[in-house]
Design a protein around this ligand. Structure first.
Ligand SMILES: Cc1cc2nc3c(=O)[nH]c(=O)nc-3n(C[C@H](O)[C@H](O)[C@H](O)COP(=O)(O)O)c2cc1C
Length: 422
């Protein structure tokens, strides 16, 4: 066993010397420790969900509703965790979900995650709202697999530029997130009046993009700063504007004098969402790239069929960790429904609510070919940076190995519904 027994042993032997894991193994404790390391705004943005948080509750309830069966006298000490996706072998079923504005958790943000993923050979999906650019993250990953997550903005030229950069940086797939045509109603952020993008955070893919910068220049020339809603001017506003000017690439004084940094934030707000997108638009993306195209945010079998009809290569069943629609069906139930209708027609990947190795096993048993880990690694990042992300993934892998061994399964390839109670 590569992770299970060795990690368990390491922790218990450390315990003999009074040491406890810096990154808690238990999810609730991990979240609490991250909370104490984060500002109120950062924690609200990361932990928060849409509306009353009912989708987050349903996500967890769905995991509780499916129960695993264990078969005895079949334990194995060699567990094969490998999966195959788009003809390529991956050493584990885990993928780092695209998570925006990671600088809220740690200044090293995406770079720390990229390095941890490289250490463990886990693919990372670079977020469209990352704090470091595609190129900066790719540079620290060497050959490690990475994909790029796209928010299809109002400008197709910008979309194409992002795709070209992803291709040049060695990304192997484009993940189009479908569920964020507007921001969900998130009371935690609303009550703090805090949206990180307005503070210039999570804009690295844009500020490093030649097409985006061309649009900003045009908007400045057209007087974007003379129109639109403006906050009342007070000490706090000035502090925030200076913060954006400091954060945005280029000289602070030039950003302040020319209003370029604030114009970039406004430009981003104006163009980053495209609610009028339809399924029929997807083939246009196909003409832009030969990379695998996945859609993320599918809930229903009907939409999964539409995705296949419009020639996507993979589907990510996800409700964005309960951050978009409140009161939605638990994501694991959606996966079950979709897999029953579609079978294994194209790769199915799953996220939303995964908190443990046992959860990963349930998703794989219900037809997922791989899973995305979201908030847990972000909390690891908040608690201990790169090493924290690594620890969270290691804990997942250790639990998966031990669980499978205890269930009498030696390869995740063989996982199917038969391990679940009817
Ligand atoms: C703070 C935060 C930021 C996120 N940013 C993005 C993003 O930029 N793009 C995206 O497709 N999904 C984003 N997601 C959703 C994740 O990719 C993933 O679907 C979700 O975290 C899975 O749910 P879980 O956190 O409950 O495991 C974000 C999630 C969180 C918690």
């Amino acid at each position: 066993m590569k992770y299970g027994v060795p990690i368990q042993k390491h922790i218990f032997i450390g315990g003999m010397a009074g040491k406890k894991p810096v990154v808690p193994v238990n999810y609730e404790q991990l979240e609490q420790k991250a909370k104490s390391a984060l500002s109120a705004e950062a924690f609200a943005y990361i932990a928060g969900g849409a509306g009353q948080g009912n989708t987050m509750i349903s996500n967890r309830k769905a995991f509780a509703d499916y129960e695993l069966k264990g078969n005895m006298m079949r334990a194995s000490s060699e567990i094969d965790l490998g999966v195959k996706l788009f003809g390529k072998e991956y050493s584990t079923p885990l993928i780092a979900a695209p998570v925006g504005v990671l600088e809220l958790a740690n200044p090293q943000a995406d770079l720390a995650v990229a390095k941890a993923c490289k250490t463990l050979n886990i693919p990372m999906i670079f977020s469209n709202q990352a704090s470091y650019s595609i190129e900066e993250c790719a540079e620290v990953m060497d050959e490690n697999p990475r994909w790029f997550q796209l928010y299809w903005s109002k400008s197709d030229e910008l979309v194409e530029s992002f795709i070209r950069r992803a291709e040049k940086s060695g990304c192997e797939a484009i993940v189009v997130t479908l569920d964020t045509t507007s921001l969900g109603w998130r009371p935690q952020d609303l009550d703090l009046g805090y949206l990180p993008f307005l503070h210039g955070l999570g804009l690295a893919q844009y500020s490093s993009d030649p097409i985006f910068n061309k649009i900003v220049d045009q908007n400045l020339a057209d007087g974007i700063m003379k129109s639109g809603d403006k906050p009342p001017i007070n000490f706090r506003t000035l502090k925030n504007v200076l913060g954006v000017c400091r954060k945005y690439p280029g000289s602070f004084w030039a950003n302040l004098r020319t209003q370029r940094a604030m114009a970039a934030v406004r430009t981003f707000i104006n163009i980053y969402m495209r609610p009028e997108l339809r399924w029929e638009d997807l083939p246009r993306l196909r003409t832009m790239t030969d990379l695998a195209i996945l859609v993320k945010g599918v809930h229903t079998a009907e939409d999964a069929q539409l995705a296949i009809k419009h020639e996507v290569d993979g589907i990510i069943v996800s409700n964005h960790g309960g951050r978009q629609i409140d009161g939605a069906v638990g994501a694991l139930k959606c996966l079950d429904n979709i897999n029953r209708e579609l079978g294994q027609e194209i790769p199915l990947i799953f996220d939303s609510g995964i908190r443990s190795g046992a959860d990963v096993i349930k998703a794989l048993a219900l037809g997922a070919d791989a899973v995305l880990i979201g908030r847990p690694y972000v909390y690891g990042l908040a608690v201990a940076g790169e090493k924290g992300v690594e620890a969270v993934f290691r804990h997942f892998l250790a639990e998966i190995e031990l669980q499978l061994s205890l269930m009498g399964i030696d390869s995740i390839h063989t996982l199917d519904r038969s391990v679940l109670e009817d």
